[in-house]
Design a protein around this ligand. Structure first.
Ligand code: DC
Length: 242
């Protein structure tokens, strides 16, 4: 007999959990840890846009030249690993996992992410990466619940108040939530999300997408909320504990 966790042959069926959310909602760390505990692959789609932004800057491609950036997107020699315990991003064989998190990339990546031709390329790559993992994937990114994996059995939107998001990011980036740290984080949270929201809707849940408000939640509570929702909707329980 099949259960929510197995197909008719008793094999674990593929589970795709798309998680979207604005910067600082806990979407990145929360979905990665949920993937680890569920024994699934983890796909950080934002890292793919960052890798292209980094490559364009490295190759002196003008990020305002949409056709040139789209051309670079077609050629991008990208490998992104999907083990949630160790995510690496390689471009042309070089590990650029740290470089793609630099302030320069963070400030300019929206130019790449709002390029519609690039979005099509990235979505193709993302669907192929998700299909590579028969056990399943937790995939995180702005348009994941609505465009890349809209048919998933459980789809999550993590939200949080602007203040909570600013504080969470400031703590991650600067180890503090004092006024200077909040001001330094403002561009990466508020301005970038405003730019990105011109091409994908991630502030409000689409039909069938469940919202988790993480404003008052710590890291463990965000992970627990995602896992509880996955279990409720699919019957799939964590295979690894905290
Ligand atoms: O989540 P992040 O900060 O690493 O994302 C990097 C950029 O890519 C950011 O501008 C949002 C954008 N992005 C997107 O438009 N669609 C996705 N699926 C993932 C990220």
């Amino acid at each position: 007999m099949s259960t929510p966790e197995t197909d008719v042959h008793g094999c674990a069926s593929s589970l795709v959990v798309p998680v979207a959310g604005p910067s600082g909602s806990g979407e990145a760390r929360g979905s990665r840890e949920a993937a680890r505990r569920l024994g699934l692959a983890y796909l950080d789609t934002g890292a793919m846009y960052r890798a292209l932004a980094w490559w364009c800057l490295d190759q002196h491609v003008d990020l305002h030249d949409r056709a040139a950036v789209a051309g670079a997107g077609e050629r991008l020699p990208l490998v992104i690993t999907t083990d949630p315990t160790e995510v690496h991003v390689l471009v042309d064989g070089a590990d650029v996992s740290e470089q793609i998190r630099s302030t320069g990339v963070s400030e300019q990546v929206s130019l790449v992410a709002t390029n519609l031709a690039v979005r099509e390329q990235m979505r193709r790559r993302q669907r192929a990466l998700i299909a590579e993992h028969p056990v399943g994937t937790v995939a995180e990114g702005r348009d994941i619940t609505t465009v890349v994996a809209p048919d998933a059995a459980v789809r999550v939107l993590l939200t949080a108040s602007e203040q909570a998001r600013l504080e969470r990011r400031a703590r991650e980036l600067h180890g503090s939530t004092d006024d200077d740290a909040l001001a330094a984080t403002h561009d990466q949270v508020v301005r970038r999300d405003r730019d990105d929201s011109t091409v994908s809707q991630f502030a409000v849940a689409a039909d069938g997408v469940v919202t988790i408000d993480s404003s008052g939640l710590g890291f463990e509570q965000v992970v627990d909320a995602v896992l509880a929702l996955v279990e409720q909707r699919t019957g799939r329980r964590p295979v690894v504990t905290a």
